[in-house]
Design a protein around this ligand. Structure first.
Ligand code: SIN
Length: 509
């Protein structure tokens, strides 16, 4: 007998910055988190900070122009304008909740101005940071404290979604959850997906292992439209010390002047792009991939740019290096590209509405049109805060209970051994560099898993990425095809699954 709960507000799947921003904006919400709060979500691991036009030399329009340039033709300008306009207030709101952003000395009794870092492809220093490289953890600590002090927000940890519940019309009417091991049918007028990205589908990632496209797969299996799934962002400088997930060496280090070198000590970025270390992230990731593939290795040299200041300016990176016996004050840091962010996701409008009534999405698992083919650094926490709050407000305002769920069957899980095989294959064939033969081989491998484990949300998420990567016969942003290196017309991908076989069908939208 499955326990049944009825909740009169949005149920939010995921407790990163998008999920908790949605909960605070909704006022009343039930948040399901697979892990204890502040763990298992990428938000808490973010190092750089939040990009926003916070200085007198900057403006939302300049921030929008950089976002659109990085997005390589696929950003939705309306979504970008909204993000960059609402950005400064979103940062101030988080500061008011207690997020201790780094500040300059205060003047005339007012709070000091934000200390702003420069990151790649930003024309201005505009990344509000905390304790050098601790933005994500500090912002999440402030938001979690606020949520915990809000009695109308309920939190259930160790709670995973096993299926979206839908009535006979297709409306999402709740979620079948596994809470502390037991299945619970939760009926609610709205469900907000805030489940994060797809890093855990890849062997080398900077994101928590739990984040592996489950929300994407759940939404696709319910029939929601998915946008741009082929666009996966690789961070160029994950620290290559054999850890899974790989610790990040924030891009702010390159903003401070750290240099990428190969084993011979050559500063190689000049061979790849005039902006060198501050070239767009996809360009830097491919340059590192090329150096490593040629056997020359890749290292981040911050010995001059940061040197003795490392322990207090970049404490998280310093600690990760020290854990592997590397002293970044004196030694170069071995680095590798790693999956860091998914630009694609559940297609939404500007208030987080997905294509199915009753379903909303926010943060990395959503595709609002802000990130295009390549996300600008430090726009992700900003998107989570701005669009998470918008989704929470819309879901609370539009909440209508639907009919009886058509199925209460949990969707299958992917066993650990099969997941590890899939992760290796995804990194090999749907990585920084792709081509038709690798992607076709990968698709065969995914299809071989389907009879045993499909329809499993994790496998479906992988299939969405791979089929769209195979179909996109061009190179753009985070998607690089050696067999189609040129860029074609800018066209976004919108796909749905057929219910019959969970194969991807391209929707003419
Ligand atoms: C970083 O700190 O390099 C990551 C920032 C981001 O991915 O937005």
């Amino acid at each position: 007998m499955i326990e049944r709960i009825t909740f009169d507000g949005p149920v939010i799947l995921g407790a990163g910055l998008a999920g908790l921003s949605a909960a605070l904006a909704a006022g009343k919400a039930l948040v399901l988190s697979p892990t204890p709060l502040a763990t298992g979500c990428s938000s808490a691991w973010a190092q750089g900070g939040m990009a926003a036009a916070l200085s007198d030399e900057d403006s939302p329009e300049l921030h929008a122009a950089d976002t659109i340039a990085a997005g390589a033709g696929l950003c939705d300008p309306k979504a970008v304008a909204l993000l960059t306009r609402e950005g400064p207030q979103a940062v101030r709101d988080l500061a008011a909740l207690g997020a201790p952003f780094d500040r300059k000395a205060p003047k005339d009794g007012e709070s000091g101005a934000f200390v702003l870092s420069l990151e790649a492809a930003h024309a201005k220093a505009r990344v509000a940071r905390v304790g050098g490289d601790g933005a994500g953890a500090a912002i999440m600590a402030a938001v979690i404290a606020t949520v915990r002090a809000t009695p109308s927000i309920e939190i259930r940890e160790n709670a995973r979604a096993r299926r979206l519940l839908q009535d006979a019309t297709g409306r999402v009417v709740g979620v079948l959850a596994q809470i502390d091991g037991a299945l619970v049918e939760i009926r609610s007028p709205a469900v907000i997906l805030a489940t994060g990205g797809v890093g855990g589908l890849y062997a080398v990632t900077t994101t928590p292992a739990e984040v592996r496209g489950e929300g994407l797969g759940l939404a696709a299996l319910a029939g929601a439209t998915i946008a741009d799934p082929e666009f996966v962002q690789f961070h160029p400088t994950a620290i290559d010390i054999g850890k899974d997930p790989a610790p990040l060496a924030t891009e702010a280090l390159r903003g401070e002047g750290a240099i990428l070198r190969n084993t011979d000590g050559k500063a190689f970025m000049a061979d790849y792009h005039p902006a060198k270390e501050l070239a767009p992230r996809d360009v830097v990731a491919r340059a590192l991939h090329a150096e490593r593939a040629a056997g020359r290795g890749a290292f981040l040299d911050a010995t001059q740019a940061v040197g003795a200041h490392f322990p207090h300016e970049f404490p998280a990176v310093f600690e990760a290096c020290q854990s592997a016996g590397i002293d970044p004050r004196r030694e170069m840091i071995p680095v590798t590209p790693a999956v860091h962010y998914h630009m694609g996701g559940v297609a939404t409008d500007l208030d987080g509405r997905a294509s199915l009534p009753g379903l909303y999405a926010a943060g990395e698992c959503a595709s609002t049109g802000v990130q295009g083919a390549n996300r600008l650094a430090s726009n992700s926490l900003l998107e989570a805060a701005v669009f998470g709050a918008r989704a929470g407000r819309a879901a609370a305002a539009e909440a209508v209970h639907g009919g009886e769920p058509a199925s209460l069957e949990p969707l299958p899980d992917l066993p650990e051994a099969a997941l590890q095989i899939l992760r290796k294959a995804m990194s090999r064939d749907a990585g920084v560099i792709r081509d038709a033969s690798g992607l076709a081989r990968l698709l065969d491998q995914i299809e071989a898993l389907e009879p045993a484990y499909g329809p499993c949300p994790t496998i479906v998420a992988a299939r969405l990425i791979v089929e769209a990567a195979l179909a996109r016969q061009e190179s753009r942003g985070g998607h690089y095809r050696t067999d189609f290196p040129a860029t074609a017309q800018p066209v976004r991908t919108f796909v749905t699954l057929t219910s019959a076989d969970a194969a991807v069908r391209y929707a003419a939208e």
